[in-house]
Design a protein around this ligand. Structure first.
Ligand SMILES: Cc1ncc(COP(=O)(O)O)c(C=O)c1O
Length: 394
């Protein structure tokens, strides 16, 4: 089974494609025609790899978490994406896409952001490479991720509030798409996850695939073999997960686990666990699993973590789910908080709330004592300190 690469129309099984208004067609078509040739060119790779190493700080460590391993009676490695410049995996994609935009002759960059990490990463890449940057962000997220809003502004980006719907990530994507329709010639839309019309899911997955490429090389060094028994990552749209799974999806002995945001619980009406609650639908330009009513209205999601507060999931993951290639867990807000405090206490690492959802799988699944379990620590928790402090006081 081919899990990694979509077909020429951008389909992973029955999921994917490009469902776009006519006005977006020239932009999307331009990308579809050019993205592979550009990003695979020697010249592009030279510049991108140089920046990943010298600017982002890659390779990120694959850290053996000894205390956590003892507690869960297994072998746990953390892929430290939190140690990237700007504090999360998002920079791998943002930098790649801004380099691509420059080669397409674009001068203006737009992006959406939930937790603010993708906004910060895009604003950073634009500062470095000299492009104008506008970031759309839900009004609620502007409040709960205030430190990242300040960073974006300092980096020279304009932050525009999305005030419709639940005022979170979905609404920010809507605003960004609207902007792109109005500015088709000058502007590139740097989508922050493996969502959106083809070729975005594939483009973003390729830029994030450096995560699993490095895991393979580093495991070989640590334990003499490339493949772990398990890889685990949290899924909002699914970019850190796609990067973590990418080079393992066709290794049938590697088990894949995705953690979604359960919010207050799947049955509570305040959740973002798309594979549990979603049905086939079209959201933001691609066919995938979507939380929606019977007549196709998107159901407002909820998660304590802004980065997972999304009613859809990338087509790459919907396909893994449908084919039962990956096991999906729903992690509630309180379980994620507990795991964040546990990692902090045991290993001295404060994770992002999003990444804490992946860590919480350790309480849901029993591993063997010889298993090698790799968890993607997608980002650091600086942006979440206010939420952590509030829950600590309670
Ligand atoms: C640290 C971190 N992890 C995970 C995510 C979720 O996004 P994705 O599913 O695309 O990795 C975000 C999104 O903002 C994030 O900031």
């Amino acid at each position: 089974m081919n899990y990694k690469n979509p077909d020429e129309y951008g389909y992973y099984g029955e999921f994917g494609g490009a469902f776009i208004p006519e006005m977006l067609y020239p932009n999307v078509e331009e990308l579809q025609r050019n993205y592979l040739a550009i990003i695979e060119s020697e010249d592009f790779q030279k510049e991108y790899q140089f920046l990943l190493k010298n600017y982002v700080g890659r390779a990120t460590p694959l850290y053996y978490a000894e205390n956590l391993s003892k507690k869960y009676h297994t072998h746990i490695y953390l892929k430290r994406e939190d140690l990237n410049h700007t504090g999360a995996h998002k920079i791998n994609n943002a930098l790649g896409q801004v380099l691509l935009a420059k080669r397409l002759g674009k001068t203006r960059i737009i992006a959406e952001t939930g937790a603010g990490q993708h906004g910060v990463a895009t604003a950073t890449a634009c500062a470095l490479l000299g492009l104008e940057c506008i970031v759309y962000m839900g009004e609620i997220d502007i409040q709960r991720q205030a430190p990242n809003v300040a960073r974006m502004k300092m980096l020279g980006a304009k932050v525009v509030a999305a005030t419709s719907g639940s005022k979170t990530l979905k609404d920010a994507v809507n605003e960004a798409l609207r902007d792109w329709i109005n500015n088709p010639v000058t502007t590139h839309y740097v989508i922050g996850s493996v969502v959106g019309p083809h070729p975005f899911p594939d483009l973003v997955a390729r830029f994030q695939s450096v995560i699993s490429k490095e895991i393979k090389e580093q495991l070989k060094e640590h334990i003499g073999r490339e493949n772990p028994d398990y890889v685990i990552a949290c899924v909002g749209g699914g970019s850190n997960a796609a990067g973590t799974f990418y080079h393992f999806v066709e290794e049938e002995h590697v088990k894949i686990i995705a953690a979604e945001a359960g919010g207050h619980g799947i049955e509570s009406g305040k959740s973002a666990a798309t594979t549990f609650l979603g049905t086939l639908g079209v959201l933001h330009g691609s066919k995938s699993l979507v939380m929606q009513t019977n007549d196709g209205q998107v159901i407002e999601p909820h998660s304590i973590s802004a980065g997972l507060d999304y009613p859809g999931i990338g087509p790459f993951h919907a396909h893994l789910f449908q084919e039962k290639r990956a096991e999906f867990f729903s992690i509630n807000d309180d379980e994620a908080l507990q795991s964040a405090f546990e990692l902090t206490k045991l290993e001295g690492i404060i994770p992002a709330l999003e990444s804490a959802h992946a860590l919480a799988v350790l309480d849901k699944k029993t591993f063997n004592e010889n298993d090698i379990v790799v968890i993607c620590l997608s980002g650091r928790g600086d942006k979440d300190m206010e939420t952590y402090l509030k829950s600590y006081e309670l």
